[in-house]
Design a protein around this ligand. Structure first.
Ligand code: GAL
Length: 652
């Protein structure tokens, strides 16, 4: 059953408050508390001088009250003495400026000195708390990638990148060929000559960039794994996680996920809305609910990253402090997001943070309690969730969906390395597909090229740019029908155009060849007709040659009537990015073709999903919604009519 927890900072409050805080957490219904991710300088104020006693007492106080502690390794915040001793730990930004001490995440993943110190402090933490009876799980570091910290252009990164390239290519000739250095006379004679791809006069070779992104991702995986090894050794049996940021795709989350026991992610739907690519009218409509499918998508993604095991480590409890604007969620949304997470397979939801801070950077960030210790709105909603949990029957893990949606990290990097249009966004393309499926109440699993495809009826590949022969084999062999979006298979692993033109190996699934691509501005007027519906297309349009069936065509003053959607027995290919209304029509057709059960109507504000034998409905609208279920349905939470921002749970 769903468990709840909270992020707590004993170091920020007088010790006299800790016992009362712990008691209140337990009486609220919380069973987990995450601590210590920024405490290195408090535990080790000077090199080799330790001050553990306060943290020992905090762990004891929380544990003795009945809470399970998630202990963090504190490597997201290296102390000042360490930076003063080894300034080369600091990361360097794209302009070549050193990013200084004074906040957090001020380290370069390629710094060998920092790696040694990180492993050393993780060892100290694990030696002290690895077998502590109250420490029941570990979080490594905090939010890799926060504030653009995956890419660093330091001297350490430079040398490590050269080594990485030596290892990948073995000979400089192979690198020259892959990067296409004959193009602008950029040939190298040795790996020592290679620069990082920043501060150039014009753009670097896309292969240079893609390799830098791959390298940077590998640095994160290595950094994380070094701490995993320590914790496995000194804290046997305690599961290990990292708290990912859903929107940061600068490193391969699946690869980090392979080394940990469960994935967790930090859910801030209000900020996600503000920074999304939606237009202002849509944003206004969703201002205080966020995008319904953004948290759902990430719950599903991190369920995959955690190989079935997923938590929310930080759930927004009210306004935050860090976005362009920081609006309050509607009253009720914290409860809604909590149940939404559980419905999508999340096992534990922890709220960020226990009490709003009176000082420092995040004073405007809400908590469960106000700074004066009175309950804030989220406290009231969590109280309600805790009561509702008690009413639910046991429910197992979330079942496999009928539809899989592919998210491939190297393809995200490839889109970035050679964008072709300034507003093309792979994450938007994936989210638009996910949302269209969700509007018809179709459950989706997010999968990667490494995933097993058995059991799916439909696999949607929105834009897997980097061709992958082995993945195409899997698609060919599985029983699922396949949808390929524009740009799929359009680059080889070396970022070249495939020998027989895009979609490269994917053309084994249907007879398609892409002969021209265009990026389209938002004011473009190209249209596509699907069934009776004539709708807009955005961002991207391809000219394709096909021997297969044409299912829809472009309507435009340019090459009017050229194919926009084509299909074989096994696979359909869409030569553009469809607007939401066209996607709705396309999803209806696709799921009908693939034999996937779906709702006959689309709904913009109601989401319905299943976990085991429980059904869940979520109303994101500011008006009541009616559920179309039999009169005698047994509800555990809510009923046939959902108030605005309300939740209903019933037996399937
Ligand atoms: C997260 C971070 C937390 C806190 C929070 C505020 O990105 O992990 O430490 O800063 O944002 O919303």
């Amino acid at each position: 059953m769903l468990e709840l927890g909270v992020c707590y900072y004993p170091e920020q409050w007088p010790e006299e408050m800790w016992a009362d805080d712990a008691r209140k957490m337990v009486s609220l219904g919380l069973s987990w508390v995450r601590i210590a991710e920024f405490t290195w300088s408090l535990v080790e104020p000077a090199e080799g001088e330790f001050n553990w006693e306060w943290l020992d007492r905090a762990v004891d106080t929380l544990g003795q009250a009945g809470l399970q502690v998630v202990m963090c390794t504190p490597t997201a915040a290296p102390p000042k003495w360490l930076i003063d001793k080894h300034p080369e730990i600091l990361p360097v930004d794209e302009n070549g400026n050193v990013r200084k001490f004074g906040a957090r995440r001020h380290y370069c993943f390629s710094s060998k000195i920092y790696r040694e110190h990180a492993v050393r402090i993780a060892t100290d933490f694990a030696s002290r708390y690895g077998e502590n009876e109250y420490v029941c799980a570990w979080q490594i570091d905090n939010e890799y990638g926060d504030h653009n910290t995956i890419y660093s252009y330091s001297n350490s990164a430079h040398l490590a990148f050269q080594d990485w390239l030596r290892n990948r290519y073995q000979t400089i000739d192979k690198l020259n060929e892959a990067w296409g250095t004959c193009f602008w006379g950029m040939a190298y004679r040795s790996f020592n000559q290679i620069e990082l791809p920043n501060n150039l006069v014009e753009e670097p070779s896309p292969t240079h960039l893609l390799d830098f992104y791959r390298f940077s991702s590998d640095q994160v995986v290595g950094f994380n794994k070094a701490q995993v090894d320590v914790l496995r050794d000194l804290s046997p049996g305690r599961p290990i996680t990292h708290n990912f940021m859903g929107h940061n795709t600068d490193f391969d989350h699946y690869a980090v996920g392979q080394d940990i026991d469960f994935a967790s992610w930090d859910s801030y739907p209000m900020g996600a809305l503000v920074y999304s690519g939606m237009d202002e009218d849509e944003k206004a409509e969703r201002l205080r609910t966020g995008i319904p499918d953004q948290p759902a998508f990430n719950n599903d993604l991190y369920r995959q990253v955690g190989r079935g095991n997923v938590w929310i480590m930080e759930q927004q409890p009210g306004p935050v402090n860090w976005a362009k604007h920081n609006q309050s969620p509607q009253d009720g949304m914290v409860r809604l997001w909590t149940w939404l997470a559980f419905a999508h397979g999340v096992d534990v939801v922890c709220y960020f943070r226990w009490r709003q801070s009176k000082f420092a950077q995040e004073q405007f960030h809400a908590g469960l309690l106000l700074p004066n210790n009175e309950p804030d709105q989220a406290f009231i909603e969590v109280t309600q969730v805790a009561h509702e949990i008690a009413k639910l029957p046991e429910v197992g893990a979330r079942q496999q969906a009928q539809v899989a949606l592919v998210l491939d990290y190297p393809s995200r990097w490839a889109a970035d390395a050679l964008p072709q249009g300034e507003d093309y966004s792979s994450s938007r393309v994936a989210m638009d597909w996910y949302a269209a499926l969700s509007r018809q109440h179709i459950d989706v699993d997010i999968v990667g090229p490494h995933s097993d495809l058995d059991g799916y009826k439909l696999v949607v590949v929105p834009d897997m740019i980097v061709d992958d022969h082995d993945f195409v084999d899997k698609l060919e062999k599985c029983a699922a029908k396949v949808y390929l979006g524009a740009r799929t298979g359009s680059k080889s692993k070396d970022m070249h155009i495939p020998a027989h033109l895009p979609p490269g190996s994917f053309s084994r699934l249907l007879d398609v060849k892409v002969t021209r691509v265009e990026s389209l501005p938002p004011y473009g007027r190209d249209r596509v007709k699907i069934g009776d519906l004539l709708g807009k297309v955005t961002n991207w349009r391809e000219q394709i040659v096909t021997g297969d069936k044409v299912l829809a065509t472009f309507q435009s003053d340019f090459r009017d009537g050229s194919p926009a959607l084509v299909g074989s027995e096994k696979c359909w290919y869409g030569a553009t990015h469809f607007s939401a209304e066209l996607l709705d029509a396309l999803v209806t057709k696709l799921v009908g073709w693939a034999g996937v059960a779906a709702s006959s109507k689309t709904s913009s504000n109601l989401r319905i999903t299943r976990r085991g034998n429980l059904m869940f409905a979520f109303n994101f609208a500011n008006q009541a919604a009616q559920l179309d279920v039999p009169k005698n349905t047994q509800f555990f939470v809510g009923g046939h009519e959902l108030a605005p921002y309300d939740v209903a749970i019933w037996s399937a």
